[in-house]
Design a protein around this ligand. Sequence first.
Ligand code: SF4
Length: 384
Amino acid sequence: MNPEWNNLLTSELSSRSWPKEFVQIVVKLSDGIPLSREDGKFLFETSRLDVVGELANIVKRSKFGKQIFFNVNVHINQTNICTLACRFCAFRRGRRAEDAYAMSPQQYVDDISLYADEVDEIHSVGGLHPDWDISYFEKMFRSAKSKFPEIHIKALTAVEIKHISKLSNISILETLTKLSKAGLGSLPGGGAEILDDDVRAIICRGKESSQEYLDIHGIAHLIGIPTNCTMLFGTIETIDQRLTHLLKLREQQTLSNGFQCFVPYPYLADNSRLHEAQLASANEILRVIAVSRLMLDNIPHIKAYRMNIGDHMAELALSFGADDLDGTVQKETIMHLAGSSSPLDHDKESLTKIISNIGAVAVQRNTVYTKFSTYRRISLPIIQ
Ligand code: SF4
């Protein structure tokens, strides 16, 4: 952390008086002590969302000042054919469905070609195709990298890695090593849902267990593949289960230190089969983002995933602890089939307006947060 901003944390926290029920948490934040499950429960339950948001924003500013990060990417989902049928999923299809599709490696490369001039990241996740083993993905990533060596491939969820490993009869370590050699740069972190096996048994039976999700990410970190981590909330989970999720991620980060960014997103209900879901309200979405920032002291970035929460809510989230905005995206299927209406036609100019609207500085980043450039929006002359 920039020492100047670290001082800012202490001085901002101590320069005003906080409601007395928050004092213990303020002291911990100021002293760099991780918050406990009880602290998290309080933050989830207090009526003072304004204070929770303010604390989260101060912590964010202490790490990144006025900067908000974004990237320029496109989402390409290689197949919607899936052997599982998670109840929250509006995307998967059986292989005989009329609109089932599976891209060949050449089609994948052709699709990238449509965006290659503008993007520096491909985000690819898909269904668990019954026939695609490691050789298929090696070919897919190799073909893409040989044509577009500068573009980063952020692809595959933990359950896809597990599925490929099983189909190929090789270990997770070998699977990840081979994929990395073929061009996989990082894992997007999707599929964590809620890291509680009772919840998983109801919403995504057959998926990897909570521990398997963590282990797969831990192995990726071990061999130098950075990953993000996610949380799908607003299905059937309790506050305690959300906290279990956050605490497990924090613990895994202590062990393997490869999570770059946490991406919380609420369940969208269109075309899926989880009728008992308690959909998250706007208040809850902002609270989850703020509490994540405060609980996950060892995960650097918290993303406002605009594909899911929409641009208006994403803009608000940037004042509730989020420091990262999902990119230009341009093509997205999974969230849009579930009900998202987030715009897909943003160029840098319109995307960064979301950031400048809150008075922050838009900083373009690469996928792994090692290259940054401040983005200055074009100011048009005022015509009198
Ligand atoms: S969430 Fe993923 S694993 Fe589950 S049904 Fe959808 S595509 Fe398949």
